[in-house]
Design a binder for this molecule. Structure first.
Ligand code: SAH
Length: 261
């Protein structure tokens, strides 16, 4: 994470008076333009985070470095990314800790990957299985644009349903359509006490997943739940739930490796 004044080449988030967010990469000779006017990048470079900048039309924009959640929602996507609330849930219910070895399947656009890499730190390792080469390339671009070079990341162009090559791993995290096809491999790869966290958008997927877990003697089902985030509007006396929300994303299935077998 960078501190100090904005420098050329880094990403900045501009927020307009209505709260709309724009992600841009600072280049000395570029200009940011919207219907509210333009701001030369040169005016942002060298200023501090939180600077209020006037666009040519007079509107005030605020400049910050994007948080991880802001970046994840704005970055270029191959596959649909997990929402920040669900990424937060994976980190805590999956008990992702500094130094952990985590196997992830699939990689998608790399949003969850970034969060896992940050949580395990340089002494940990994240191994990401992804079957689509174009997605893996996009994930790498997204990961490196946010974190720089990450030697503790091992991306693999491989089908996780075919097997997990790693052994004694601390955590397995699944965000792919048929996670149950990886249950046996995950049970094999996890160390005793290791955790498996899987995310699914639909009920039949959860059902098939829990059946697969229950028929696998090396792991035990711990819990199934969803996580709902309800945004509120706070504008003067109008304090109430926002009119729109993301009503559904998916369900979490958590299981734990036993010491048998
Ligand atoms: N968590 C990711 C999104 C994952 S989308 C993010 O936050 O960005 C699901 C991904 O799983 C897709 O990229 C898909 O190509 C990949 N996938 C599907 N089946 C797979 C398999 N058998 N092995 C590895 N990856 C797989």
């Amino acid at each position: 994470m960078r501190r100090g004044p904005f420098e050329s080449g880094e990403k900045v988030l501009l927020i307009d008076p209505k709260g709309r967010k724009y992600l841009l990469t600072l280049r000395p000779h570029d200009k940011f333009s919207t219907h509210l006017g333009t701001i030369p990048h040169g005016q942002i470079i060298g200023s501090d985070e939180g600077a209020v900048l006037r666009a040519s039309g007079g509107a005030a924009f605020v400049a910050f470095r994007p948080t991880f959640a802001e970046y994840a929602l704005k970055m270029k996507r191959g596959a649909q990314v997990l929402y920040p609330k669900d990424i937060a849930t994976v980190l805590i219910w999956g008990d992702i800790f500094p130094g952990a070895t985590v196997v992830e399947g699939g990689g998608g656009s790399g949003a969850l990957t970034i969060a896992l890499l940050q949580a395990v730190g340089e002494k940990g390792q994240v191994v990401t299985y992804e079957v689509r080469e174009d997605f893996l390339r996009q994930a790498r671009t997204n990961v490196e644009a946010f974190l720089g070079k990450v030697p503790h990341w091992v991306p693999k162009l491989k089908d996780i349903y075919e097997g997990i090559e790693e052994a004694s791993v601390d955590r397995v995290v699944l965000d792919l359509p048929e996670g149950w096809q990886a249950v046996q491999h995950a049970s094999q790869a996890l160390r005793p006490g290791g955790l498996l966290v899987a995310f699914f958008p639909t009920v039949p997927q959860v059902q098939t997943m829990t059946e697969a877990i229950e028929s696998e003697p090396r792991i035990r089902l711990q819990e199934v739940f969803e996580m709902v985030q309800r945004p509120w509007q706070v504008k003067g006396p109008s304090v109430r739930p926002a009119l729109r929300m993301v009503a559904h994303t998916g369900f979490f299935v958590v299981a734990r490796r036993l010491s048998v077998g």
